[in-house]
Design a binder for this molecule. Sequence first.
Ligand code: 6GU
Length: 225
Amino acid sequence: MRIDIITVVPHLLESPFAHSIMKRAQQKGLLEIQVHNLRDYTPYAHAQVDDYQFGGGAGMVMMPEPLVRAIESLQSERSYDDIIFMTPDGQRFEQKTANRLSMKENLMILCGHYKGIDERIREHFVTLELSIGDYVLSGGELAAAVVVDAVGRLIPGVLGDETSALFDSFQDDLLAPPVYTRPADFRGWKVPQELLSGDPKIIDAWRYEKALERTQQRRPDLLED
Ligand code: 6GU
């Protein structure tokens, strides 16, 4: 999968993909992430990319021309399955969306800044608008990093143990069960006997029961449908 990200703050997106699983995904050739500075595409003086909004009001709006130049320049190289705009008024990004996006070949992500982007870009280019939750971030970059991480780790071969994503919280509408590591007795706090039993049936049953219990306690809404 290839993901192109357009932003006015490319530095914000350096570290999130340079470590851990995202780094390994790129090294394995399973994921290519290209971050593009919107200012490289503007025809205006002083690398201007935003302007006052028509009708007045506080906050600048990202101008259409630099965005269209960036988008069309990328589109001339390959076709995109989705052009995603990160925005707090978008559809809520959930595991189901991550699963669906992980099967795509080429994704483009636009990061909004300031008051947002000119509406005509949303109408004519954007195919999917995503929010990562009901709170406002200063820009779409951190939200884009969240989406790329959640999607990237689902690409087949990215996670070392192919089955491990299957046990994630939310993957089956259940929260993950508790986990333990050595020592089996830490300060007198003991690891549940079931996990030490060595019997896969006992272990699986215990994990399922705890996942269900935890979901009932913390997120009963997940069990409703
Ligand atoms: Cl995608 N962008 C911004 N600026 N704020 C957000 C968001 C996105 N999702 C939640 N809050």
